[in-house]
Design a protein around this ligand. Structure first.
Ligand code: NAD
Length: 492
């Protein structure tokens, strides 16, 4: 096992099938969230590198990639998935180095799902019908209308740091399955797996220029240059709502289409008739998995009053039973936050919760991690006692924390769950089937889970309502974004 904490890496751009440092001469450090120490350097792309990547992607549309049949492209994407799985350990090491997440988590979620995203969309795209209509015409001959799906062109993929490989391939998979080419700008915090995927693309013979990577930040850096680039036909983004607004403004020039998967302040709703073991287990995961850095995370938990005290006590025991540690330690159940910058943000909310009058059930600060103290460690934290107008209840924290509040009626909890500018997901816990359906329909979110959390079927629609996003990806919905539908009308 290599000493992952000391492995120095260099993340280059991947343009036209070749790793390159570009010409900007600018680099930044890749910092381990586990130790706070440097683990590598990343080359920053400015305008020339972005221009080169977009030009390569544009040219590739007209090369061998553009001439392949759908079946050939799908076979190639299956090969990409197989190669990711063959190099599973390399991807696992890179993802854990960048994020500090437990290996047990990344090996069950991030890497397998990263590979699956290629297979699922490669298969799906072959099986999606297009519409056809026969039009009666006054002369009696009629006209046949049928739809044709074509690639949209060059897709800019802007991805976040919380599930780097999974969320990036969630976009690259359907984009390539639909015949597009991509330029990916991964988060500056997590450049490694996106970079490594270039090796996979070359290994299985994906034509040059189909998959390109540029590294850097948002404003005045790779992100802004890419999203403002006139050679980009559509932009798919996952990240904060505020960033989504900036990117949507950039996309307005030239009326480029956007797909926005943004922030959330998700509610968990626990009725007294739930299976409390399952509700506690699911809510624990929804609050603390990936150190709370999951867009689906439940930071607002509403529990029906008869089981409120018991639920809080069991969540407290669960949170205090989490084992914070380095990714490779077999007993680690929670890693650090992504960075010390994010730690400062999360700790500022821990402080704010106290100022707003919260009762701290557990946590509320940073733990003593000994020789890892330079890392971005915070305690899993539970609060009670805040009113619904508290900022801690209204703003996305994106850390391992939740507030638990009692409620007394179904109508009340529906209104409180909906009282947010966001609309990403909700988890409802109840054994009453009618209630589950009734409540699910009334919550203004893109995804409702009943008696589960983060149970994903990649064929289903995925996306947020309100400030949580624009559009839906997943299944045929993703293909709608990643392809241009033309109607052909044939007068008979
Ligand atoms: P972020 O918005 O800070 O960054 C996301 C990406 O956008 C990064 O690659 C960043 O470099 C880039 N970026 C930043 N400013 C830019 C600009 N002006 N132009 C172009 N690119 C720019 O988000 P983050 O901190 O990486 O991720 C956490 C956020 O992502 C949370 O709000 C979380 O809820 C959200 N998220 C949403 C989903 C979802 O599916 N809805 C999934 C995961 C994360």
């Amino acid at each position: 096992m290599p000493d992952t904490l000391n492995t120095l890496r260099e993340a280059c751009h991947f343009i036209n099938g070749v790793y390159t440092v570009g010409t900007s001469g600018r680099t930044f450090d890749d910092i381990s969230p586990v130790t706070g120490r440097k683990i590598g350097i990343v080359h920053e792309a400015l305008k020339p590198e972005v221009d080169a990547a977009v030009a390569a992607a544009r040219a590739a549309l007209h090369g061998p990639w553009g001439k392949m049949t759908q079946a050939e492209r799908s076979d190639m994407l299956h090969a990409v998935a197989d190669e990711i799985n063959r190099r599973f350990d390399d991807f696992l090491e890179a993802e854990c180095l960048d994020t500090g997440k437990p290996r047990s988590l990344a090996s069950h979620i991030d890497i397998p799902r990263g590979a699956a995203n290629f297979k699922v969309f490669a298969d799906l795209v072959k099986n999606v019908p297009t519409e056809s209509f026969m039009l009666d015409t006054p002369d009696g001959t009629g006209a046949l209308n049928y739809g044709v799906r074509k690639p949209k062109g060059v897709i800019a993929v802007i991805s976040p740091w919380n599930l780097p490989l999974l969320l990036m391939t969630w976009k690259v998979g359907p984009a390539l399955a639909s015949g597009n080419t991509v330029v990916v700008k991964p988060s500056e915090e997590t450049p490694l797996t996106t970079t490594l995927l270039g090796e996979v693309m070359n290994a299985v013979g994906v034509p040059k220029g189909v998959y390109n990577v540029v590294h850097g930040f948002g404003p005045d850096s790779a992100g802004a240059y890419l999203t403002e680039h006139p050679g980009v036909d559509a932009i798919t983004f996952t990240g904060e709502t505020q960033t989504g607004e900036v990117i949507t403004r950039a996309a307005a020039k030239g009326l480029r289409q956007v797909s926005m998967e943004c922030g959330g302040k998700n509610a968990g709703i626990v009725f007294a008739d739930c299976d409390i073991d399952k509700a506690v287990e699911g809510t624990m995961r929804s609050a603390f998995a990936n150190c709370g850095q999951v867009c689906f995370g439940t930071e607002r938990v509403y529990v029906e009053r008869p089981i409120f005290e018991e639920f809080v006590a069991r969540m407290k025991a669960g949170a205090e039973g989490l084992k914070l540690g380095a990714p490779e330690a077999a007993d680690t159940t929670m890693g650090p936050l992504i960075s010390n910058g994010h730690k400062e943000k999360v700790l500022s909310y821990y402080k704010l919760a106290e100022e707003e009058g919260a009762t701290i059930v557990t946590g509320g600060g940073s733990p003593d991690m000994g020789e890892l103290n330079g890392g971005a460690w915070v305690q899993p934290t539970i609060w009670t006692g805040l009113t619904d107008d508290a900022r801690v209840i209204r703003e996305e924290i994106f850390g391992p924390c939740c507030h638990i509040a009692p409620f007394d009626s179904e109508d009340e909890v529906i209104a409180r769950a909906n009282d947010t500018k966001y609309g990403l997901v909700t988890a409802i816990w109840t054994e009453d089937l009618s209630r589950a359906h009734r409540v699910a329909r009334q919550i203004d979110v893109g995804i409702v889970w009943v008696n589960s959390w983060f149970l994903r079927d990649l064929r289903t629609a995925f996306g947020g309502a309100k400030a949580s996003g624009i559009g839906r990806e997943g299944g045929v919905h993703g293909l709608e974004f990643y392809s241009e539908l033309s109607n052909v009308c044939v007068k008979l």
